[in-house]
Design a protein around this ligand. Sequence first.
Ligand code: NAP
Length: 504
Amino acid sequence: MNLKELSPEFKEITGLESNTQVFKTYLAGDWISTKELEEVVSPIDLTTFAKVPRLPYEMVDSTLSRISEKGKWEIRDLPGEKRLRIFHEMASLLDRFRNDLVEVLVIGNGKTRAAANGEVNASIERLIRADLDVRKLYGEYVPGDWSSESLETEAIVRREPLGVVLAITPFNYPLFDVVNKFVYSTVAGNAILIKPASKTPVPAILFARIAELAGFPKHALGVLTIPGKDMDRVVSDKRIGVISFTGSTETGERVIRAGGVKQYVMELGGGDSAIVLDDADPISTGQKLVTSITSYSGQRCDSIKFIFSEPGVYEKLRQTLLEELAKIKVGDPREDVNMGPIIDKGTVDELEFSVKDAQEKGAKIIFGGKRVKENYVEPTLIEASKEVVKSLYLYQKEVFLSVAVLVKVNNVDEAISLSNSRRYGLDASVFGEDINKIRKAIRLLEVGAVYINDFPRHGIGYFPFGGRKDSGLGREGIGYTIEHVTAYKTVVYNYKGKGVWEYM
Ligand code: NAP
C-alpha cells in the first residue's frame, strides 16, 4: 500500500525507498534517520506503507540530555501568551495539512474518512482550548495565622512544571492522543518526549513537523520511535519527571514498575458497562449502544463491552441491538462502511478464543463472532446469564474490538454489582428515567465517569475522564491534567523581627 504524495512541507522529512515512504523522526531540534528501520503496516491490507527510524538507546539518551538541559528551559522561559500563540498557529497548520493527516489516519489506522476527519477536528479544537488549561495554572496563598508558631509567617504555593514529560501513546488515536498530551504538558511549561505506538508512529512525526513550522521551541520536543519492549531504561530515567501513559493495563503496570518514583497519568484499559433500566426507551438505547460497540470497530477504551439489562426492557432491547447490528457494514474503510479493519490479526485471534471460551461456558453468540477475513471481523454480541458472565475471558480481560456481552439482571443492584466486580473502572452508562435508581447507580458505580442516557465518549476532554481500579490513575481533560504535570512548591515568608507584627 502506498501513501499519496504528501504536501511539500513534509518533503524534507521523508524519502522514497522502493516506493515506500521513509520518515525521519524529530529529536530535540534535529530530523534524523537511522540505518535500522521499523516497518509500518496498513491494517487495510496488512502491507507496509511506511518506514520509520528505529532509534538506538544512545540517541534517546543524548536527546534526553538536550531536552533536559536546554529544552525544558526554552519552554519554561517562553511566556504563556506566546505558547498559546504557537498552539493557534499549529491548529491552523493542522487544518492546512488536513488531507495529509486524514490520509495517514485512513491508511495507517484503517479509520473511515469521517472518523479521520473527526480526529483532526478534535486535535485542532484541543490546541485552541489550551486557553482553558491556563486557568488551572494558578497557585495559592496560605496565611500563617492558624498557630502561634507560624503567626509571623505566610506561604505562597506555586505550581511549577516538572521539566520533562514522557508521553506514551496507544495506536487508536495516534494524532489526538499526541496533541492532547502535548497541550497539557507544554502549556504548563514542560518539555515533552513522545513515544508513539509502533503500529502507528507517523501522525506523531507529522505533528512534530507542524510544531517546528509553528515555531515551537526546538529543543523542547522529541518523537521516540523505539519499540515499547525496549523502553524500560527510558522509563526509569531520572531526567523524566512525569510519565503520561495511555494504553493497556498490562503495559501500564510494567511502566510503573520500571519507572519507579515519578508523577504518573495512567489512562488504561477496560471497556465500559451499560445499565439499562426497565423504563429506558429500548429503541434509542439500542441504537446508541450499537454506535458505541461499533465505533472505530470497538477499538476505543470507552467502547461498551457489557450491557446489564433489567428484565422488563430486555426482549425489546435485544431485538433492537440485533436489528441495528445487522445494519453495520464491514470492509475497506475507504469505501462506504461503518467498520474498517482491526489493527492486527492477533486481536481477532483473541476474539475467536473469547467466543469459543464463551460458548464452552454456556453463553450464546447471538450476532457475529466470525472473522470476515484476516483482520476484519463482524461486530459480535454474546448473550450470557448473570451466573455465567463472571467466568468469561471477556469479563476478566479487555478484548480490544467490537464485542459486547448482554446479560439479563433482576434489578439495578445486580447490574451495579456485576459492573463493579470487573477489575476495570473506566466509565459506565445508565439508560432510563427512574431518578432514584439512576442516583443509586451514580453513587455506587466504581468508575471515573457515569453517562446518563448516553454512551461514554471522552471526546476532547471538556469533561474530565480517567479510570479507577485497573483502568488508571489521574485524569485527562481540559484543565484537569495540569495538576499531574506540575508540582507545588511552597515558599514560606517569615516576617518575625521585621516590625510587621510590632503592635502585638
Ligand atoms: P499497548 O500495547 O499497551 O501500547 C501502548 C503504548 O505503550 C505503545 O506506545 C507501546 O509501544 C508502549 N509500550 C509497550 N510496552 C512498553 C513498555 N514496556 N514500556 C513503555 N512503553 C511500552 O496499547 P495499545 O494496543 O496501543 O492501545 C490499546 C489500549 O489502550 C487498550 O487497552 C485501551 O483500552 C487503552 N486506551 C485507554 C484509553 C483511556 O483513556 N483510558 C484511551 C485509549 C486507549 P509499542 O507500540 O512500541 O509496543
